[in-house]
Design a protein around this ligand. Sequence first.
Ligand code: GDP
Ligand code: IMO
Ligand code: MG
Length: 415
Amino acid sequence: MQADLIVGIQWGDEGKGKIVDLLAQQYDAVARYQGGHNAGHTIWVDGVKYALHLIPSGVLNPAAINIIGNGVVVSPEALIKEMKQFDDLLGRLFVSDSAHMILNLHIQIDQAKERARGDKAIGTTGRGIGPAYSEKISRSGFRLGELRDIEALADRVLEYFDNNNAVCNAIGLDKPTRQELLVEFKEYAEKLLPYITNTTQLVWKLLDEDKKVLLEGAQGTLLDIDHGTYPYVTSSSTISAGACTGLGINPKDIGGITGIVKAYTTRVGNGPFTTEDFGDEGERLRVQGHEFGTTTGRKRRCGWFDAIAVKHASRLNGCTDLSLMKLDVLDGFEEIKVCVAYEYNGETIEYMPVDVENCKPIYKSFPGWDKTEGAKNWDELPETAQSYVLALEAMVNTKIAMVSTSPDRNDTIRR
Ligand code: GDP
Ligand code: IMO
Ligand code: MG
């Protein structure tokens, strides 16, 4: 059996959590393959809100198991804290022994680098994501499986401080004592080792036994380390291809690829955003869409749907379909704009160049509608809303198979 995949199409926060939770009711396992607790996936069920950062969004289906793959960077502290919300995770949560750990030193380095960048700051979540992935690539990272021998791990961390003395001094990062490290790692080992395993073998077994596996992306395509708006990106492969390295599966193991996309656009942090609206309409999107970050509480920047960027992202991920989220946030707008081309070096183009910051949006306007909020069937949508969805589908060259009209699991239209 092939696994199905959910991937963010814009700059994150598209509503991946809602769709993974909804679909997870029909899956045996949900697996995260990249990112860390920079992610914030919100799920609303029966008026109760869950904000997940590391635990896959399948956790609310008691019959599904949840996997954190080798490509995720795991803060043991954040994971332990998040696990406290649920009391029945043993045998339902599996964490890769080769996933890299985010330790306090990575968080301090992340924040110090951001301070040093000044007005060129990336606007990271400050969770240590970049430094943890950097150390992994530099072959000096710390893996979760090392909690099996905390004495050796403590030695390696002390060695790290010795080897990076100048950097640590420059940012005021004090070397911990061996005893402090042992106390910290003992707690992590006691609480996490029962969940730590070889998740590659586990995923292969599930697929070989024809179990249904759902792969949950974090962040979004335009934040991808290779294909996003570099350097204003996160430090992992957020696109569908990242699921292969991040779980140890191969491209043939992936079946359906559903891109999650908002009916408009948002971005948290810095970097280019072609369709950003700095005026009243951007503010109205922020208010109606409650566009404040799940992880950091920061205001999300808001603007119009960018059909060029979404077409690009859909091709890059190989999307078999899209879920269009938050259509209800556009309720009451008289006019809705969509970017259909870019003005770039005096020319009109219909693709995304690498220096997208030099593009100006060319808009097409669509008439608005009164209300879509809470709609559960296509026929309940006003005609202008239906036309908007169909126009987007044609522009981005991918079927819009689901339309979401509220945060609630049930307010989802399937086409
Ligand atoms: P994720 O990171 O992609 O999982 O998305 P977030 O959870 O960070 O942000 C999406 C926000 O929009 C959450 O607060 C969701 O509850 C909410 N949401 C999801 N779908 C809809 C929708 O169709 N309409 C509205 N109004 N809110 C939605
Ligand atoms: P979910 O999974 C939106 C952004 C940060 C910053 C950049 C780099 O909820 O969609 P990092 O801390 O990763 O080094 O920050 O990436 N970012 C996100 N933006 N949603 C996310 O996750 C994000 N995770 C990181 O704001 O611009
Ligand atoms: Mg989010």
